[in-house]
Design a protein around this ligand. Structure first.
Ligand SMILES: [Zn+2]
Length: 397
Protein backbone atom coordinates (compact mmCIF):
# COMPACT_ATOMS: atom_id res chain seq x y z
CA UNK A 1 0.00 0.00 0.00
CA UNK A 2 0.90 3.61 -0.11
CA UNK A 3 1.25 4.42 3.56
CA UNK A 4 -0.63 7.26 5.17
CA UNK A 5 2.63 9.20 5.35
CA UNK A 6 3.20 8.69 1.67
CA UNK A 7 -0.28 9.93 0.80
CA UNK A 8 0.21 12.87 3.16
CA UNK A 9 3.55 13.63 1.57
CA UNK A 10 1.88 13.73 -1.83
CA UNK A 11 -0.85 15.98 -0.54
CA UNK A 12 1.82 18.20 1.00
CA UNK A 13 3.74 18.38 -2.27
CA UNK A 14 0.57 19.40 -4.05
CA UNK A 15 -0.20 21.95 -1.39
CA UNK A 16 3.34 23.31 -1.41
CA UNK A 17 3.19 23.73 -5.15
CA UNK A 18 -0.06 25.61 -4.96
CA UNK A 19 1.12 27.81 -2.14
CA UNK A 20 4.42 28.36 -3.90
CA UNK A 21 2.76 29.54 -7.06
CA UNK A 22 0.13 31.59 -5.30
CA UNK A 23 2.11 33.16 -2.50
CA UNK A 24 5.71 33.29 -3.47
CA UNK A 25 5.77 34.84 -6.93
CA UNK A 26 4.21 38.19 -6.06
CA UNK A 27 6.66 38.64 -3.19
CA UNK A 28 9.62 37.62 -5.33
CA UNK A 29 8.62 40.01 -8.07
CA UNK A 30 8.55 42.85 -5.56
CA UNK A 31 11.95 42.16 -4.03
CA UNK A 32 13.78 41.24 -7.21
CA UNK A 33 15.06 44.01 -9.51
CA UNK A 34 14.40 41.78 -12.49
CA UNK A 35 10.88 40.30 -12.48
CA UNK A 36 11.02 36.52 -12.68
CA UNK A 37 9.13 35.24 -15.72
CA UNK A 38 6.50 32.79 -14.50
CA UNK A 39 7.44 30.02 -16.94
CA UNK A 40 11.06 29.99 -15.66
CA UNK A 41 10.09 30.03 -12.05
CA UNK A 42 8.09 26.81 -11.84
CA UNK A 43 10.76 24.60 -10.26
CA UNK A 44 11.43 27.09 -7.50
CA UNK A 45 10.01 26.32 -4.07
CA UNK A 46 9.19 28.87 -1.41
CA UNK A 47 12.27 29.93 0.50
CA UNK A 48 14.56 29.04 -2.36
CA UNK A 49 14.39 32.47 -3.98
CA UNK A 50 18.12 33.02 -3.66
CA UNK A 51 18.77 29.84 -5.63
CA UNK A 52 16.47 30.85 -8.46
CA UNK A 53 19.31 31.86 -10.77
CA UNK A 54 21.37 28.71 -10.19
CA UNK A 55 18.33 26.51 -10.67
CA UNK A 56 18.00 27.87 -14.17
CA UNK A 57 21.30 26.27 -15.14
CA UNK A 58 21.14 22.67 -16.37
CA UNK A 59 24.37 22.14 -14.39
CA UNK A 60 22.58 22.72 -11.11
CA UNK A 61 18.94 21.71 -11.59
CA UNK A 62 18.32 18.80 -9.27
CA UNK A 63 16.32 15.76 -10.32
CA UNK A 64 13.86 16.43 -7.47
CA UNK A 65 13.16 19.89 -8.89
CA UNK A 66 12.81 18.83 -12.52
CA UNK A 67 9.31 19.70 -13.72
CA UNK A 68 9.27 19.45 -17.51
CA UNK A 69 6.22 20.59 -19.42
CA UNK A 70 5.12 19.03 -22.67
CA UNK A 71 5.68 21.24 -25.71
CA UNK A 72 3.36 19.29 -27.99
CA UNK A 73 0.19 20.76 -29.44
CA UNK A 74 -1.73 17.50 -29.36
CA UNK A 75 -5.14 16.43 -28.00
CA UNK A 76 -5.60 16.53 -24.25
CA UNK A 77 -8.42 14.32 -22.98
CA UNK A 78 -10.27 15.25 -19.81
CA UNK A 79 -12.27 12.30 -18.49
CA UNK A 80 -14.37 13.30 -15.50
CA UNK A 81 -16.22 10.02 -15.18
CA UNK A 82 -15.11 6.52 -16.10
CA UNK A 83 -16.64 4.97 -19.20
CA UNK A 84 -18.18 2.10 -17.18
CA UNK A 85 -19.09 1.74 -13.50
CA UNK A 86 -16.06 0.80 -11.47
CA UNK A 87 -15.33 -1.64 -8.67
CA UNK A 88 -12.11 -0.45 -7.03
CA UNK A 89 -10.43 -3.60 -5.70
CA UNK A 90 -7.52 -1.94 -3.93
CA UNK A 91 -8.06 0.84 -1.44
CA UNK A 92 -7.52 1.42 2.27
CA UNK A 93 -9.44 3.09 5.12
CA UNK A 94 -8.24 6.58 4.15
CA UNK A 95 -11.41 8.29 5.40
CA UNK A 96 -11.34 8.50 9.19
CA UNK A 97 -14.53 10.36 10.08
CA UNK A 98 -18.18 9.90 9.03
CA UNK A 99 -17.90 13.22 7.15
CA UNK A 100 -14.84 12.03 5.24
CA UNK A 101 -16.58 8.78 4.35
CA UNK A 102 -19.53 10.76 2.97
CA UNK A 103 -17.12 12.98 1.03
CA UNK A 104 -15.52 9.84 -0.40
CA UNK A 105 -18.91 8.53 -1.54
CA UNK A 106 -19.64 11.87 -3.24
CA UNK A 107 -16.28 11.62 -5.04
CA UNK A 108 -17.05 8.03 -6.03
CA UNK A 109 -20.40 9.12 -7.48
CA UNK A 110 -18.83 11.94 -9.46
CA UNK A 111 -16.07 9.83 -11.01
CA UNK A 112 -18.14 6.66 -11.47
CA UNK A 113 -16.92 4.30 -8.76
CA UNK A 114 -19.74 2.01 -7.72
CA UNK A 115 -17.95 0.11 -4.97
CA UNK A 116 -14.61 0.27 -3.16
CA UNK A 117 -12.92 -2.67 -1.48
CA UNK A 118 -11.19 -1.51 1.70
CA UNK A 119 -8.14 -3.63 2.43
CA UNK A 120 -7.87 -3.08 6.18
CA UNK A 121 -4.91 -5.44 6.83
CA UNK A 122 -6.32 -5.55 10.37
CA UNK A 123 -7.74 -8.15 12.74
CA UNK A 124 -9.25 -7.96 16.24
CA UNK A 125 -10.75 -4.73 17.51
CA UNK A 126 -8.81 -2.74 14.91
CA UNK A 127 -10.72 -4.54 12.16
CA UNK A 128 -14.01 -4.25 14.04
CA UNK A 129 -13.58 -0.46 14.44
CA UNK A 130 -12.91 0.08 10.73
CA UNK A 131 -15.78 -2.24 9.85
CA UNK A 132 -18.18 -0.31 12.05
CA UNK A 133 -17.25 3.00 10.41
CA UNK A 134 -17.81 1.86 6.83
CA UNK A 135 -20.56 -0.73 7.22
CA UNK A 136 -23.21 2.00 7.13
CA UNK A 137 -22.75 1.88 3.34
CA UNK A 138 -22.74 -1.83 2.47
CA UNK A 139 -23.42 -1.15 -1.22
CA UNK A 140 -20.47 1.22 -1.53
CA UNK A 141 -17.73 -0.36 0.56
CA UNK A 142 -16.73 -3.83 1.53
CA UNK A 143 -14.07 -4.58 4.09
CA UNK A 144 -11.42 -7.24 3.90
CA UNK A 145 -9.56 -8.30 7.03
CA UNK A 146 -5.92 -9.06 7.67
CA UNK A 147 -4.46 -12.20 9.22
CA UNK A 148 -3.29 -12.65 12.78
CA UNK A 149 0.23 -14.02 12.34
CA UNK A 150 1.25 -13.80 15.99
CA UNK A 151 2.79 -17.03 17.26
CA UNK A 152 3.84 -17.98 13.73
CA UNK A 153 7.15 -19.29 15.14
CA UNK A 154 5.57 -21.24 18.00
CA UNK A 155 4.59 -24.89 17.71
CA UNK A 156 0.87 -25.25 17.08
CA UNK A 157 0.53 -22.05 15.05
CA UNK A 158 -2.56 -22.18 12.90
CA UNK A 159 -5.78 -22.95 14.77
CA UNK A 160 -5.88 -19.61 16.62
CA UNK A 161 -5.14 -17.67 13.42
CA UNK A 162 -7.88 -19.59 11.60
CA UNK A 163 -10.27 -18.86 14.47
CA UNK A 164 -9.57 -15.12 14.22
CA UNK A 165 -10.10 -15.29 10.46
CA UNK A 166 -13.47 -16.95 11.04
CA UNK A 167 -14.37 -14.30 13.60
CA UNK A 168 -13.54 -11.48 11.14
CA UNK A 169 -15.65 -13.28 8.52
CA UNK A 170 -18.48 -13.40 11.05
CA UNK A 171 -18.15 -9.66 11.69
CA UNK A 172 -18.38 -8.98 7.97
CA UNK A 173 -14.97 -9.36 6.28
CA UNK A 174 -15.50 -10.57 2.70
CA UNK A 175 -11.87 -11.14 1.73
CA UNK A 176 -8.33 -10.96 3.09
CA UNK A 177 -5.79 -8.25 2.37
CA UNK A 178 -3.59 -6.56 1.82
CA UNK A 179 -1.03 -9.12 2.93
CA UNK A 180 2.56 -8.11 2.12
CA UNK A 181 5.78 -9.97 1.60
CA UNK A 182 8.52 -7.71 0.34
CA UNK A 183 11.09 -10.45 0.75
CA UNK A 184 11.59 -10.68 4.49
CA UNK A 185 8.39 -12.53 5.36
CA UNK A 186 4.65 -12.06 5.62
CA UNK A 187 3.22 -8.86 7.06
CA UNK A 188 -0.42 -8.07 7.78
CA UNK A 189 -0.61 -4.56 9.16
CA UNK A 190 1.04 -4.69 12.57
CA UNK A 191 1.27 -8.48 12.52
CA UNK A 192 4.61 -9.71 11.18
CA UNK A 193 6.13 -13.11 10.48
CA UNK A 194 9.79 -12.60 9.57
CA UNK A 195 11.12 -15.48 7.47
CA UNK A 196 7.70 -17.07 6.84
CA UNK A 197 6.72 -16.71 3.19
CA UNK A 198 3.34 -17.44 1.55
CA UNK A 199 4.37 -20.94 0.37
CA UNK A 200 5.34 -21.99 3.92
CA UNK A 201 3.46 -25.09 5.12
CA UNK A 202 2.56 -23.16 8.28
CA UNK A 203 0.27 -21.03 6.08
CA UNK A 204 -1.58 -24.01 4.59
CA UNK A 205 -4.51 -24.02 7.01
CA UNK A 206 -5.08 -20.26 6.62
CA UNK A 207 -5.02 -20.17 2.83
CA UNK A 208 -7.28 -23.25 2.66
CA UNK A 209 -9.75 -21.73 5.10
CA UNK A 210 -9.84 -18.55 3.00
CA UNK A 211 -11.05 -20.71 0.10
CA UNK A 212 -13.66 -22.47 2.23
CA UNK A 213 -14.98 -19.17 3.56
CA UNK A 214 -15.10 -17.69 0.06
CA UNK A 215 -12.53 -15.03 0.91
CA UNK A 216 -10.20 -14.00 -1.94
CA UNK A 217 -6.70 -12.97 -0.84
CA UNK A 218 -5.07 -9.70 -1.94
CA UNK A 219 -1.35 -10.44 -1.81
CA UNK A 220 1.43 -7.93 -2.39
CA UNK A 221 4.76 -9.60 -3.20
CA UNK A 222 8.09 -7.82 -3.73
CA UNK A 223 8.32 -4.20 -4.86
CA UNK A 224 9.17 -2.46 -8.16
CA UNK A 225 12.42 -3.57 -9.78
CA UNK A 226 14.15 -0.18 -9.47
CA UNK A 227 14.18 -0.50 -5.70
CA UNK A 228 16.49 -3.51 -5.93
CA UNK A 229 18.87 -1.86 -8.38
CA UNK A 230 21.87 0.34 -7.52
CA UNK A 231 20.85 3.88 -6.55
CA UNK A 232 22.96 5.50 -9.22
CA UNK A 233 22.57 7.56 -12.37
CA UNK A 234 21.40 4.54 -14.38
CA UNK A 235 18.37 3.84 -12.18
CA UNK A 236 15.30 4.49 -14.32
CA UNK A 237 12.99 5.10 -11.37
CA UNK A 238 15.51 6.75 -9.08
CA UNK A 239 13.22 9.30 -7.43
CA UNK A 240 10.76 6.76 -6.08
CA UNK A 241 13.26 3.91 -5.93
CA UNK A 242 15.43 5.72 -3.42
CA UNK A 243 12.47 6.45 -1.19
CA UNK A 244 11.46 2.77 -1.05
CA UNK A 245 14.93 1.33 -1.57
CA UNK A 246 15.61 -2.36 -1.00
CA UNK A 247 19.13 -2.50 -2.47
CA UNK A 248 20.48 -1.96 1.05
CA UNK A 249 18.72 -5.07 2.36
CA UNK A 250 20.94 -7.88 1.08
CA UNK A 251 19.23 -10.65 3.04
CA UNK A 252 15.75 -10.37 1.57
CA UNK A 253 14.38 -12.68 -1.12
CA UNK A 254 14.83 -11.10 -4.56
CA UNK A 255 11.91 -9.96 -6.71
CA UNK A 256 12.32 -13.02 -8.92
CA UNK A 257 12.54 -15.26 -5.86
CA UNK A 258 9.29 -13.81 -4.51
CA UNK A 259 7.56 -14.52 -7.83
CA UNK A 260 8.71 -18.16 -7.58
CA UNK A 261 7.33 -18.31 -4.04
CA UNK A 262 4.03 -16.83 -5.24
CA UNK A 263 3.89 -19.36 -8.09
CA UNK A 264 4.37 -22.26 -5.65
CA UNK A 265 1.67 -20.80 -3.37
CA UNK A 266 -0.79 -20.64 -6.27
CA UNK A 267 -0.08 -24.25 -7.25
CA UNK A 268 -0.34 -25.45 -3.66
CA UNK A 269 -3.71 -23.76 -2.99
CA UNK A 270 -5.70 -24.13 -6.18
CA UNK A 271 -9.05 -23.45 -4.51
CA UNK A 272 -7.89 -20.15 -3.05
CA UNK A 273 -8.27 -17.10 -5.27
CA UNK A 274 -5.30 -14.75 -5.08
CA UNK A 275 -5.23 -11.20 -6.39
CA UNK A 276 -1.67 -10.09 -7.03
CA UNK A 277 -1.44 -6.46 -5.98
CA UNK A 278 0.19 -4.06 -8.44
CA UNK A 279 0.67 -6.64 -11.27
CA UNK A 280 2.74 -8.69 -8.75
CA UNK A 281 5.34 -5.96 -9.31
CA UNK A 282 5.97 -7.44 -12.75
CA UNK A 283 4.97 -4.20 -14.46
CA UNK A 284 8.52 -4.21 -15.92
CA UNK A 285 8.13 -7.80 -17.17
CA UNK A 286 4.47 -8.26 -18.02
CA UNK A 287 5.23 -11.33 -20.14
CA UNK A 288 6.22 -13.17 -16.94
CA UNK A 289 2.92 -12.20 -15.33
CA UNK A 290 1.19 -13.52 -18.46
CA UNK A 291 2.93 -16.88 -17.95
CA UNK A 292 1.74 -16.92 -14.34
CA UNK A 293 -1.84 -16.33 -15.52
CA UNK A 294 -1.49 -19.23 -17.98
CA UNK A 295 -0.23 -21.58 -15.28
CA UNK A 296 -2.58 -20.49 -12.49
CA UNK A 297 -6.33 -20.22 -13.07
CA UNK A 298 -6.72 -19.01 -9.44
CA UNK A 299 -4.72 -15.83 -10.10
CA UNK A 300 -5.95 -12.30 -10.80
CA UNK A 301 -3.90 -9.10 -10.64
CA UNK A 302 -4.87 -5.59 -9.66
CA UNK A 303 -3.47 -2.64 -11.58
CA UNK A 304 -3.35 -0.27 -8.58
CA UNK A 305 -0.51 2.21 -8.07
CA UNK A 306 1.29 1.06 -11.22
CA UNK A 307 -0.17 3.55 -13.69
CA UNK A 308 2.95 5.68 -14.01
CA UNK A 309 5.05 2.53 -14.21
CA UNK A 310 3.13 1.14 -17.22
CA UNK A 311 2.24 4.41 -19.01
CA UNK A 312 5.76 4.78 -20.49
CA UNK A 313 5.16 1.56 -22.54
CA UNK A 314 1.63 2.15 -23.86
CA UNK A 315 1.73 -0.20 -26.86
CA UNK A 316 3.12 -3.19 -24.98
CA UNK A 317 0.94 -2.50 -21.95
CA UNK A 318 -2.28 -2.14 -23.96
CA UNK A 319 -1.60 -5.43 -25.79
CA UNK A 320 -1.14 -7.08 -22.40
CA UNK A 321 -4.41 -5.59 -21.15
CA UNK A 322 -6.30 -6.81 -24.21
CA UNK A 323 -4.80 -10.32 -23.96
CA UNK A 324 -5.40 -10.77 -20.22
CA UNK A 325 -8.52 -8.61 -19.93
CA UNK A 326 -10.28 -11.40 -18.00
CA UNK A 327 -7.60 -11.51 -15.29
CA UNK A 328 -7.00 -7.84 -14.45
CA UNK A 329 -9.00 -5.78 -11.96
CA UNK A 330 -9.03 -2.03 -11.40
CA UNK A 331 -7.55 -0.63 -8.19
CA UNK A 332 -6.20 2.68 -6.95
CA UNK A 333 -4.31 2.54 -3.59
CA UNK A 334 -3.75 6.31 -3.76
CA UNK A 335 -6.27 8.06 -1.51
CA UNK A 336 -9.65 9.23 -2.78
CA UNK A 337 -9.21 12.58 -4.47
CA UNK A 338 -11.08 13.06 -7.73
CA UNK A 339 -7.99 14.11 -9.75
CA UNK A 340 -6.32 10.83 -8.76
CA UNK A 341 -9.19 8.75 -10.19
CA UNK A 342 -9.26 10.91 -13.32
CA UNK A 343 -5.58 10.39 -14.07
CA UNK A 344 -6.18 6.63 -14.04
CA UNK A 345 -9.07 7.07 -16.54
CA UNK A 346 -6.89 9.18 -18.81
CA UNK A 347 -4.19 6.50 -18.85
CA UNK A 348 -6.59 3.60 -19.43
CA UNK A 349 -9.06 5.22 -21.82
CA UNK A 350 -7.33 7.94 -23.83
CA UNK A 351 -4.65 7.86 -26.50
CA UNK A 352 -3.03 11.01 -25.14
CA UNK A 353 0.75 11.09 -25.39
CA UNK A 354 3.67 12.53 -23.46
CA UNK A 355 1.93 14.07 -20.47
CA UNK A 356 3.34 14.58 -17.00
CA UNK A 357 1.77 13.76 -13.65
CA UNK A 358 4.77 14.24 -11.40
CA UNK A 359 2.76 15.52 -8.41
CA UNK A 360 0.51 12.46 -8.57
CA UNK A 361 3.17 9.80 -9.06
CA UNK A 362 6.59 11.35 -8.26
CA UNK A 363 8.20 9.87 -11.37
CA UNK A 364 9.85 12.24 -13.80
CA UNK A 365 8.78 10.34 -16.91
CA UNK A 366 6.11 11.42 -19.32
CA UNK A 367 3.05 9.22 -19.57
CA UNK A 368 0.87 7.91 -22.40
CA UNK A 369 -2.68 6.61 -22.64
CA UNK A 370 -3.47 2.99 -23.56
CA UNK A 371 -6.73 3.67 -25.41
CA UNK A 372 -8.19 0.35 -24.24
CA UNK A 373 -11.18 -1.08 -26.07
CA UNK A 374 -14.64 -0.81 -24.55
CA UNK A 375 -14.79 -4.55 -23.89
CA UNK A 376 -11.48 -4.58 -22.05
CA UNK A 377 -12.35 -1.50 -20.02
CA UNK A 378 -15.65 -3.01 -18.97
CA UNK A 379 -13.95 -6.20 -17.82
CA UNK A 380 -11.14 -4.47 -15.94
CA UNK A 381 -13.27 -1.71 -14.42
CA UNK A 382 -16.13 -3.90 -13.38
CA UNK A 383 -17.00 -7.32 -14.75
CA UNK A 384 -14.03 -9.37 -13.48
CA UNK A 385 -14.38 -7.97 -9.97
CA UNK A 386 -18.14 -8.43 -10.01
CA UNK A 387 -17.70 -12.06 -11.05
CA UNK A 388 -15.09 -12.63 -8.38
CA UNK A 389 -17.20 -11.06 -5.63
CA UNK A 390 -20.38 -12.83 -6.75
CA UNK A 391 -18.66 -16.22 -6.79
CA UNK A 392 -18.33 -16.03 -3.02
CA UNK A 393 -22.08 -16.32 -2.53
CA UNK A 394 -21.76 -20.02 -3.39
CA UNK A 395 -19.59 -20.54 -0.32
CA UNK A 396 -21.09 -21.33 3.09
CA UNK A 397 -21.02 -18.55 5.66
ZN1 LIG B 1 -2.33 -1.02 -0.93
Amino acid sequence: MRTKNEVNRRLFLKWANLVGLAAWFPAAAKSSPIPVPVQDANPVHPGEASQAKELRSPETILLKDYRPKSIYKIPVTQIDKAKYPIIDMHSHPYAKTPQQIEEWIRDMDEVGVQKTVILTMATGTEFDDIYRKYSKYPDRFEMWSGLDLSGYNQPGFGPAAVKELERCRQVGARGVGEIHDKGSGLVSGKSKAPGMHPDDTRMDALWERCAELGMPVSLHVADPIWMYQPMDKTNDGLMNAYHWRLDNKPNIVSLSGMIDIFDRTLARHRKTTFIACHFANLDYDLARLGEMFERNPNLYADISARYAETAPIPRFASKFYEKYAARLVYGTDMGFEKPMYRVTFRILESLDEHFYEIEQFDYHWSLNGFGLSGDTLKQVYHDNAAKLLAARAEHPE
